[in-house]
Design a protein around this ligand. Structure first.
Ligand code: GLC
Length: 533
């Protein structure tokens, strides 16, 4: 289906971080059978697709983003049969399943890397990126690892350096070698043949590097007390023009199947991000992830400007999308506070384009502090104390008020949200005023209203502290009004926008209220209004 009603345009995507969703075998780590037992919840919530972060065999140096076999399931998470059951149970409920595809690197325990590092003459030597030292044994160039330190590690046996964008346990593949490309595209086919509905592609902009390995230039805006990786601008180690050819060939593989979706993880400035849609003749990602809501300062002016700029820069054939949280970023409730987390939910679920919701954000979960002796994330271990660690946003899902929050029968791999008894799914499901109930209502509204899942978006004038926009299809119009400040805002509606009815509100309920010339939003309040005619 290529029209505006196809599932990945109209639907809501929900990210599951398998380690933290549901443990079924009492080892404190979530797994695939656990996810299967929670599909009814996802169906109840009303989402359309789940994206699963990696569950493949892995030493877990980067919690599954270090893959030792792309076509299997780590025993920690279950088996291939468990995956097939999850997939068919999801499909039976009308839920699509997207996998995380990690093309940039493998684990150092992958058999390909074992062969590559065995000798310089090994046929797989060139599957990874090996370089001679510079004069006096110096590093081949100045490129840095995202997770701290140089991106080059010396291999004593074969006396060359290998390159790793992330941990040294995650050597980068050499996509300039056609055999690597073949093998990696075959992995897409393996899962597509099994019936998955698409992929979220990890670290896509890093897949191919400058052919002559030029040094990266210094970043003039770097703050020396901040992230050391930001010291250089990664202009030669990421976002190279050749990446687009590779993405087109990935897309070709997906286009050989019906109705699949390709989403790219691309932390890029907007002008560049939109180029990853490709062109109508040479399409690339269906959805280059739009991370604007993760980085835009949380105030009305900045958000209005971000929405307008995105809408303006999107190519004609590009379908928008919005992301509010993921397993690498501080949770929305911690970033903007509880009251604004509700406004953020309304924003995410009423903007034009596919929303991606991170597990637990529908409960308003906060980042969970992790004491130093319980730190898991290698980034925090390598570069401690700068707040780079990602454990706080990966805490287990609290399902009920029983010990271990219904997540596990034992102490989980990361601490549970301390307020789990009051914020758990079970408690919030019963409360029509909870943020969970709000999410469910907004998802249902989005699904039932073509203006919300298909319509155009027009930003309309509003007081300084508010964001207002209209979503419209020829047959219906919806008005979204959001107060971004802690004080009330009064909006004057022009004659074309009067006579509406409130159909959703963040808190407290104003549903059913009729709207005339002016409307006052309470502090931190959002409303969706169905306009007449
Ligand atoms: C992506 C993932 C992140 C991972 C990194 C390396 O950014 O989202 O979690 O650590 O790639 O694979």
């Amino acid at each position: 289906m290529s029209d505006d009603r196809c599932w990945w345009k109209c639907g809501v995507i929900y990210q599951v971080y398998p380690r933290s969703f549901q443990d079924s075998n009492g080892d404190g780590v979530g797994d695939l059978p656990g996810i299967t037992t929670r599909l009814d919840y996802l169906q109840w919530l009303g989402v359309d697709a789940l994206w699963l972060s990696p569950f493949y065999p892995s030493p877990q140096a980067d919690f599954g983003y270090d893959i030792a076999d792309h076509c299997n399931v780590d025993p920690l998470f279950g088996s291939l049969e468990d995956f097939d059951r999850l997939l068919s149970e999801a499909h039976r409920r009308g839920l699509r399943v997207l996998l995380d595809y990690v093309p940039n690197h493998t684990s150092d325990q992958h058999p390909w890397f074992a062969q590559s590092r065995a000798s310089r003459g090994n046929p797989r030597r060139d599957w990874y990126i090996w370089r001679n030292p510079g004069p006096d044994g110096a590093l081949p160039n100045n490129w840095l690892s995202t997770f701290g330190g140089p991106a080059w590690t010396w291999d004593e046996t074969t006396r060359q350096f290998f390159y790793h964008s992330y941990l040294r346990e995650q050597p980068d593949l050499n996509w300039r070698n056609p055999q690597v490309e073949q093998a990696m595209l075959d992995i897409l086919r393996f899962w597509l043949d099994r019936g998955v509905d698409g992929f979220r592609i990890d670290a896509l902009r890093k897949v191919i590097k400058d052919a002559s390995f030029r040094d990266n230039p210094p970043n003039p805006d770097w703050d020396p007390s901040g992230n050391p990786y930001k010291r250089l601008l990664p202009v030669f180690s990421a976002s190279r023009p050749e990446v687009h050819d590779i993405i087109r060939r990935m897309r070709d593989v997906l286009d050989g199947y019906t109705d699949r979706v390709m989403i790219g993880e691309l932390y890029e400035p907007l002008e560049k991000l939109v180029t990853y849609y490709g062109s109508t003749d040479a399409p690339e990602c269906h959805l280059p992830f739009n991370f604007l809501l993760l980085k835009t300062p949380w105030n009305a002016g900045a958000l209005r400007a971000a929405i307008a700029r995105y809408e303006k820069l999107l190519p004609q054939h590009g379908w928008p999308n919005w992301v509010l949280g993921n397993h690498d970023k501080s949770r929305i409730a911690s970033r903007v506070g509880e009251a604004q987390a509700r406004v953020a939910a309304m924003l995410l679920l009423t903007l034009r384009g596919t929303p991606t919701l991170y597990y637990g954000d529908e409960l308003g979960l906060h980042d969970v502090p992790v004491p130093p002796h319980l730190v898991q994330d290698p980034w925090e271990k390598n570069v401690p104390g700068l707040g780079l660690g990602r454990d706080p946003e990966r805490a287990p899902m609290p399902w009920d008020a029983s010990p271990h929050a219904g997540f596990s029968s034992t102490d989980p791999w990361l601490p549970i949200e301390p307020r789990f008894e009051s914020v758990c799914v079970q408690r919030q499901r019963e409360d029509p005023r909870s943020i969970l109930s709000l999410h469910r209502a907004l998802i249902a509204l989005r699904r039932s209203e073509p203006a919300l899942h298909q319509g155009d978006l027009r930003i309309i004038d509003a007081p300084e502290s508010a964001v207002a926009y209209e979503r419209a299809v020829p047959a219906s119009r919806m008005l979204v009004l959001l107060d971004l400040s802690g004080s009330p805002a009064t909006l004057r509606l022009d004659s074309l926008r009067q006579g509406g009815e409130v159909v959703a509100s963040t808190h407290p309920s104003r549903t059913g209220e009729r709207v005339s010339e002016t409307i006052t939003l309470d502090a931190n309040q959002g409303l969706v209004i169905r306009l007449g005619g």
